[in-house]
Design a binder for this molecule. Structure first.
Ligand SMILES: O=P(O)(O)OC[C@H]1O[C@H](O[C@H]2O[C@H](CO)[C@@H](O)[C@H](O)[C@H]2O)[C@H](O)[C@@H](O)[C@@H]1O
Ligand SMILES: O=c1ccn([C@@H]2O[C@H](COP(=O)(O)OP(=O)(O)O)[C@@H](O)[C@H]2O)c(=O)[nH]1
Length: 469
């Protein structure tokens, strides 16, 4: 069997016990642990003399490299997270474009491809992850790498009307055509991509389902990322059996609502806080009977839009607690610290309601983790945004629209009152969906299709001196 080489901007922490907040790191790590191979990407270090580091842990060889400050600013902070991220999450209002940043993004992709080349064997399968690395395959082809290369987009793919806001959208999307297989989280994302390729650049949808555009023939498919439900169950249970601090006899048993997200404007945190406030206003009978725990580790905190949302959240959390708290009741616990997986799964199991309300999200693994952590005999209720990729599979959650504040408040009230029978019915239905599309299925289906779509002669790739290192 050919070796798997994974390339992603973010590589999960190599040291055991360190927290990887972010679905890509969690999902890819689990997938590589099964198959073994190389994981190649950014170390997270920024310095004037970037180092390459190789470390072997079990069956995974981690090859990570630092970035210069200029590369980091242009490639990661700039084009990836201030242009692509907001636009791919339908937030044109938060996006900006800078031509130097785009050139830096292309340059870093070319540099990474050069660094990867000497590590490759001819029959390696290369699996590239996410929006930071859209031009990676083209950069590989330009330097003569002939291996099969697949790409998985973890975030949504916007409709052409939104995508074309990116000034070099044509040039950028052309580079995607150098992959053999392109994977999306949902059918909506795949269709938006197909729409762009056929309407915008007059690509052809072939009778075998493949696409031809810019002289390249490639495939696009849907591979929803999943979790490993049994492992999550075990983590959640083992957390619960740990001794708990003695409760005071006067302590009230309160229901818990839990949310866990990177602190990102795409996650709908402001709307969620406002909905919780509306819920306590409209249903005063629930006051003191509930507490909301929001875990939101800071993310990309040197990008302006992330600093703004953080300030807004601090102010709103202070406002809610200021007007509602009592000496013996804090309605909202807002924590910026990241937590390890065991603790999170334990907290999910203890919470009666999982409140997952992104404005737009590729998948949202937290939604699946919340369900998989539950006690099957007494499961909690998932309240889930229709705009999370996970809503396509978890149709038995209480589906809400995160732009509808009162609708979310009503869903919380319904979740608080839901009977055990209904909770179990919904839980069992969701668990069937989670098991049917678990993490192994995600990895196996993608790699099966990539292997099946065998290498074939490709059109010549003219090398572009601007992006050659
Ligand atoms: O690497 P960072 O800039 O710190 O950000 C963390 C990751 O965030 C995004 O995760 C996405 O992938 C998840 C798993 O497929 C998916 O459930 C979620 O909806 C996405 O937002 C990002 O796509 C990753 O590249 C980042 O590493
Ligand atoms: O303090 C934290 C916060 C989050 N996570 C994990 O980070 C992932 C977040 O993935 P998701 O798909 O929900 O969103 P993303 O952050 O990738 O956009 C999930 O596996 C969480 O359990 C974690 O381990 N510790």
């Amino acid at each position: 069997m050919s070796r798997l080489v994974v390339v992603s901007n973010r590589v999960a922490p190599i040291k055991a016990g360190k927290v990887a907040a972010g679905g890509l790191a969690v999902g890819v790590h689990d997938a590589l642990r099964q198959a073994g191979g190389i994981w190649f990407g950014w170390s997270g270090d920024v310095s004037s003399t970037p180092q390459t580091n190789t470390e072997v842990v079990g069956n995974i060889t981690y090859v990570t490299m630092g970035l210069t400050k200029q590369d980091y600013d242009q490639y990661y902070r700039g084009f990836s997270n201030a242009t692509l991220w907001p636009i791919f999450h339908y937030r044109i209002d938060l996006a900006r474009y800078n031509r130097q940043e785009y050139e830096g993004y292309r340059r870093v992709n070319a540099m990474l491809a050069e660094k990867l080349k000497p590590l490759l064997k001819p029959d390696d399968i290369i699996w590239i992850h996410d929006y930071h690395l859209i031009p990676f395959a083209e950069a590989c082809r330009q330097i003569g790498i002939r291996n099969r290369i697949g790409f998985f987009l973890h975030i949504p793919f916007p409709p052409p009307e939104i995508l074309t806001v990116i000034p070099p959208h044509n040039e950028l999307l052309k580079t995607l055509c150098f992959y053999d297989l392109i994977g999306f989280q949902t059918e909506t994302d795949r269709l938006a991509f197909q729409d762009y390729m056929t309407r915008e650049v007059r690509g052809i949808l072939e009778t075998d389902g493949s696409l031809t555009a810019y002289g390249q023939n490639f495939r696009a498919g849907v591979y929803p990322i999943g979790v490993v439900p049994d492992e999550i169950q075990e983590l959640a249970e083992s957390y619960r059996v740990r001794p708990r601090p003695q409760r005071r006899t006067t302590d009230v048993a309160r229901k818990k609502i839990i949310s866990v997200d990177r602190l990102d404007y795409s996650k709908g945190l402001l709307e969620r806080f406002r909905a919780y406030e509306a819920f306590l206003e409209r249903y005063p009978e629930h006051r003191r009977a509930v507490e909301f725990i929001q875990i939101a580790p800071t993310s990309r905190s040197d990008v302006k839009t992330y600093q703004t949302i953080r300030q807004q959240l601090e102010s709103l959390a202070g406002h809610i607690n200021g007007w509602l708290s009592d000496l013996d009741w804090t309605p909202l616990h807002y924590l910026n610290k990241s937590h390890d997986r065991r603790a999170l799964m334990g907290l999910f199991r203890e919470a009666e309601i999982g409140f997952v309300t992104p404005l737009r999200d590729g998948m949202n693994l937290v939604a699946k983790e919340y369900v998989a952590s539950q006690d099957p005999e007494d499961p909690g209720v998932l309240v889930l945004s229709r705009f999370a990729g996970a809503a396509r599979e978890l149709t038995s959650a209480l589906i809400i629209n995160p732009y509808d504040c009162i609708g979310m408040a009503e869903a919380l009230d319904r979740a608080m009152r839901m009977s055990l029978t209904e909770r179990k019915d919904r839980y069992e239905h969701m668990m069937r969906a989670i098991r049917a599309a678990d993490l192994n299925a995600w990895r196996d289906n993608f790699l099966r299709d990539l292997r099946a779509f065998s290498s074939r002669p490709r059109a010549e790739v003219p090398s572009n001196p601007l992006f050659t290192v």
